[in-house]
Design a protein around this ligand. Structure first.
Ligand SMILES: C/C(=C\COP(=O)(O)OP(=O)(O)O)CCC[C@H](C)CCC[C@H](C)CCCC(C)C
Length: 396
């Protein structure tokens, strides 16, 4: 379906959000307008203000921040960057008619990275990964499972379930823009899920598992993906539960898959990674600061809405720091790995520095800057933890 693009300020479905008197009913009205837009096929990309939040519809501050960002992206845009952004599923990417590029864009390759990293951490934690062709091939296959197939499935499903609200907030996305049909998207979802289940079973066979643990993890992860994006639960709209589902799935599930592939999944490691996911929850909450007004309008109890910015920012850094410091203490006292405990503690220090410099002074303005600077230290902390667990597993 191709949208006819007409100019004109009156077609702005979010104009109600800019009108203080009518803001309470804005989400419902916006949704109806999305349906209307789809039927009359009139979309004005200049007047539709895009939303990049995990939430369905932003408040005015988020709207203006994102609109300004998009303007900047347009000005700064060079064709190469725009093409790469399109392929990686990053906002501001160019439009294309190539179906395979669109299919790749739907899977948002940029979001595969944490899940691929998680497999690496799990393999390290098993203590049984060896640098030979077979083990490298096994781990690459498992990364293919967690990244392109399962994250691709979860992202495509998420875009499909959000297609109506994206028609308002992000009309240039492949589904609302009509670049790909809904039937084609359904086929992609089924293919990625089916391919993921088949590959998970093949990995279990390859690893010689009596109990198909990787297949079980895949079924569980696919189920969480479904209830995160699709009604009736649609966890992404529930604030805390959605943030924790996202944070924990991204940290724990690929780790478990990588560890089960080479060694054994033990209860203590499962507990450790689930606790580590509290830091993942903190990371997910950082993204909630920019959408406070929209969340409040929709009744979403994100942490900044529930506690206010000042309390929420301290809770956020508390969850991130206390979790990692507790894990460092466990590496030292529980696993007797002083070197790894020291490295992990050293990796927490720059995160605290960036919190003090960027996040605490203005979490709404500096959320992206903080994430970009601090997150690499957090992910290397995860790998450090995996190596510590692996080292202690190797000890007699
Ligand atoms: C769809 C996800 C995030 C997008 O959220 P949102 O809609 O708010 O953002 P956009 O508006 O920008 O699109 C991620 C959801 C993750 C999900 C809860 C769980 C993922 C599970 C793993 C893929 C399972 C891996 C299992 C394995 C390695 C055995």
């Amino acid at each position: 379906m191709n949208h006819t693009r007409l100019a004109g300020p009156c077609t702005c479905p979010l104009s109600s959000l800019h009108d203080t008197q009518t803001r309470r009913t804005a989400p419902a009205r916006s949704l109806n307008r999305a349906r209307a837009l789809r039927s009359v096929q009139i979309v004005d990309s200049r007047s539709l203000t895009p939303c990049y939040s995990r939430r369905p519809c932003p408040g005015r501050r988020a709207v203006s921040v994102r609109a300004a960002q998009q303007e900047k992206e347009k000005k700064d845009g060079n064709p190469f960057t725009a093409n790469v952004s399109q392929l990686l599923g990053i906002r501001g990417g160019s439009q294309t008619a190539d179906k395979w590029k669109i299919r790749l864009q739907l899977t948002k390759p940029v979001t595969w990275i944490p899940l691929i990293w998680g497999v690496l951490c799990g393999a390290a934690a098993s203590g049984e990964f060896h640098w030979n062709v077979t083990d490298v091939a096994k781990s690459l296959t498992c990364m293919g499972l967690s990244g392109p197939l399962l994250t691709g499935y979860t992202q495509t499903l998420n875009d499909y379930e959000d297609r109506e609200i994206d028609a308002i907030n992000e009309p240039n996305r492949p589904i609302p823009s009509g670049a790909i049909t809904e039937d084609e998207v359904k086929v992609q979802i089924a293919a990625l899920l089916g391919g993921g289940l088949a590959l998970a079973y093949a990995l279990d066979r390859w690893a010689g598992h009596d109990n198909p643990v990787i297949l079980e993890l895949t079924i569980f992860g696919s189920f969480i993906s479904y209830i995160y994006s699709a009604p009736p639960l649609k966890l992404k709209q529930t604030g805390w539960a959605g943030s924790y589902a996202l944070g924990s799935s991204y940290i724990a599930l690929p780790w478990w898959a990588g560890q089960a592939l080479f060694g054994h999944l033990t209860l203590d490691v499962m507990v450790l990674t689930v606790l580590y996911s509290i830091a993942g929850l903190g990371i997910a909450i950082v993204n909630d600061f920019k959408s406070i007004e929209g969340d409040r309008e929709l009744g979403l109890q994100s942490l900044p809405v529930a506690f206010g910015v000042d309390v929420a920012k301290w809770i956020t850094v508390g969850t991130i720091d206390v979790t990692q410091i507790s894990v460092a203490a466990y590496l030292l006292l529980g696993l007797h790995q002083p070197l790894y405990a020291g490295i992990l503690a050293a990796l927490v220090a720059p995160q605290i520095f960036f919190q003090a410099k960027y996040f605490i002074p203005d979490p709404i303005k500096n959320d992206v800057t903080y994430q970009a600077r601090a997150q690499p230290f957090l992910v290397f902390g995860l790998l450090t933890t995996g190596l510590a667990v692996g080292h202690s597993n190797m000890m007699p």
